[in-house]
Design a protein around this ligand. Structure first.
Ligand code: 1HN
Length: 349
């Protein structure tokens, strides 16, 4: 009898063999090769939409149960339904909704994970990064690069909610996580508000300032007012791109690279009634509707985006948008990591 036949005998003898080699912590490649080396990306993450109108109340409820100081950060993590229990929205990125109540502080700390904030709801809070505070206004895109001290506070009279985006799964994957708490709740403010933007974010940098390509930008706030003004000017004077509408990427103005080495961020204006052509890319992307309304179709399934809704589109999922009124979408992804590794691909249908 052929010892390599594929009948029941061989199935059983293979299984017995797998059990024997398992004792030595070995396993046969040929049983898993297809899954390890897929023909195209097959993410365990799924597309999902968090309607802000539905989750806002849940976030506010956390404000009655635990203080920001006790929680350190009072955040509801947005977990991808395909990745429950892993604290991530895509395989490489984290997202959460953070709440800070009037009078509260979220104490100073730093860590090797990089963070972005997108301010969604309420006003009067501030975040401090590396010795400078910035008032948080709706639509502001604020960054906390790796290992920079940061704390938040709300001296105002309204609850303030923002979206946090971090590279937690990337740092976890690399086993490169470090963190430190400050002895004091606040970091010392050593520069006036607006200093970083004036020095590094006005098409000039200090005369002797040079950065290595991987260094994060010193500009840590990209004010909504400026983003919206440029998108509107661009839209007023040109035709939208078929796949993106009017889409800009946020950069470190000193290098032209992404603001932080692990996370790219984008803003796009879709003119009223405009429909983008189907598009897919290998960077799973988190979208937030900042103004307007749109329909999003992901692999043929259509959902409706309203202000402050958060939607995740996993790697290689074809998606397109149809704007109601003029609509602005913010988004972030791990694109700079994939590009640095030569892995990034897109397909414009
Ligand atoms: C963090 O430092 C913040 O500073 C928010 O606001 C969310 C999630 C995990 C680890 C650190 C913040 C975070 C975080």
């Amino acid at each position: 009898m052929n010892s390599r036949n594929t009948g029941l005998d061989s199935q059983l003898s293979r299984k017995a063999y797998y059990d024997r080699i398992g004792v030595d912590n070995m396993t046969p490649l040929w049983e898993v090769l297809g899954a390890l080396v897929p023909h195209s990306p097959k993410s365990p993450a799924v597309a999902h939409l968090w309607k802000y109108a539905d989750v806002r109340q849940r976030v506010m409820e956390a404000g009655t149960l635990i203080s920001a100081a006790e929680a350190e950060r009072r955040v509801l993590i947005l977990e991808n339904p395909g990745l429950r229990g892993q604290s991530c929205i895509t395989q490489s990125l984290y997202a959460g909704l953070q709440l800070i109540m009037p009078g509260e502080v979220a104490p100073a700390h730093r860590h090797t994970q990089s963070a972005l904030r997108l301010v969604l709801d309420g006003e009067g809070a501030y975040t401090a990064v590396d010795g400078e505070r910035t008032t948080m206004r709706r639509g502001d895109f604020i960054i906390t690069p790796a290992w920079t001290w940061h704390d938040h506070g709300n001296p105002g009279d309204q609850p303030v909610v923002w979206l946090d985006g971090l590279d937690i799964p990337i740092v976890r994957f690399l086993d490169a996580g470090f963190a430190e708490k400050s002895d004091s709740n606040y970091q010392a403010v050593v520069r006036p508000e607006g200093d970083a933007l004036a020095r590094y974010g006005a098409n000039m940098v200090p005369v002797d300032f040079y950065q290595q390509p991987a260094e994060p930008t010193k500009v840590f706030v990209y004010p909504w007012e400026r983003t919206l003004a440029s998108l509107k000017s661009i839209a007023a004077g040109s035709e939208p791109d078929a796949h993106f509408g009017h889409k800009q990427r946020y950069v470190n103005p000193a290098t032209g690279r992404s603001p932080m080495p692990t996370i790219a961020a984008f803003s796009q204006l879709l003119p009223a009634g405009f429909e983008t052509r189907p598009y897919r890319c290998t960077d799973g992307t988190v979208y937030v509707c900042l103004s307007g309304k749109a329909e999003a179709s992901i692999e043929g399934k259509t959902v409706r985006l309203d202000e402050n809704d958060v939607m995740v589109v996993p790697s290689w999922h074809s998606h397109q948008f149809r704007a109601g009124p003029d609509t602005v979408l913010f988004s972030y992804s791990d694109r700079p990591v994939q590009q640095a590794l030569g892995l990034w691909r897109e397909h414009r249908a």
